[in-house]
Design a binder for this molecule. Sequence first.
Ligand code: FAD
Ligand code: UDP
Length: 374
Amino acid sequence: MAFDYLIVGAGFAGAVLAERLATQLGKRVLIVDKRTHIGGNAFDTYDESGILIHPYGPHIFHTNSLEVIDYLSQFTQWRPYQHRVLGSVEGQLVPIPFNMDSLKTLFPSEYAARLERKLVERYGYGVKQPILEMMNESDADLKYLAEYIYKNVFLGYTLKQWERKPDELDASVTSRVPVNISKDDRYFGDKYQMMPLHGYTKMFERMLFHPNIKVMLNTDYREIAEIVPFDKMIYSGPVDAFFDYRYGKLPYRSLHFEHRTLDTAQYQPTGTVNYPNEYAYTRISEFKYITGQTHDKTSIVTEYPRSDGDPYYPIPMPEFNALYKRYEADALLEDKVLFVGRLATYKYYNMDQIVAQALSVFNKQILPNEPRAD
Ligand code: FAD
Ligand code: UDP
């Protein structure tokens, strides 16, 4: 059987495009993944105790895009969920992003009140202020506070996660977690925050359940690309691997996930606790908060950053962006291959951004150039 498209990777990028090609254009699609499951890094599954876990770390859905929600809502119902994170700072657990309650917990009350007044005067109540911008403050109190937050919330965590200081990375990395000039204690600021009611994998199953879509797991695309006839390819693996590292390796950061199930109903006070200052790990997440499941036991995951292992994070820094640009130029010359997704476009994108990217590739690059197959 010949396929119109070979899609490499069954994560969000690959699954959205498989679904669009099959349902909107009647194309025959083969989607392959070298892992033994669909869903990419968003894959979820029940562990031995029957608790729904995210094997590749906690995945919380949040977006400002109604288009993305409308699209995914064809395949799942939702459960409202707002993620809350505490960080271990000077022996106390305080809200992260650092907010006015973190300030009051960590500083004597009069000084905290003065700092809060100054923050509101300087930035306005409700503002989300990136830490690296706050560091340029001229006011002595605000500069002191910015340096305190930098040192106690950002420096250690970022050194562990990236092996680099915050200011060596693109400012967009640390501005994902701003300072909240308010009591807002939600980890994400997006308008829509929710979880797929029956999990991500169920949602992916519904996206890919179509007579025109064949799924092949446990298979590197290179094992079958010479054997199975296909017309065009969509590639969502690492872009440097596609080109056999011809310009050298693009660095990605990896993680080791330590999963544990505990014989207690609750382990920690919130979905994730960050450890910027102690231990080799960055954070511990407890899945039942995130999924809403009730169970006598609880399952947690601890994240240990590392440089080798599966590629999870592109490293947003000018020199690596420049190296990516060389690969991107070659990718644009491949007229039968489209590169989509976090690894293939070397972008530190969340799930909703990947869905938006895949929909945009379909609407702008595929739809205008492809006749319907039936
Ligand atoms: P992936 O999900 O990585 O899928 C790519 C697939 O391609 C993989 O399954 C891989 O096996 C396959 N592949 C690669 N090479 C080959 C090959 N040669 N042959 C066959 N198959 C191949 N986003 C959020 O919005 N909210 C969160 O809370 C969140 N938390 C995260 C936590 C962690 C620890 C990590 C690492 C990421 C998190 N993300 C989160 C980001 C999210 O995982 C990504 O945005 C999204 O999964 C990217 O989808 P993708 O399809 O581009 O890539
Ligand atoms: N960060 C930090 N301290 C924290 C939380 C985040 O320094 O307590 C920084 C760190 O550099 C991290 C980045 O902000 O890599 C983005 O954090 P986020 O939680 O968005 O990372 P992800 O969930 O993508 O791993």
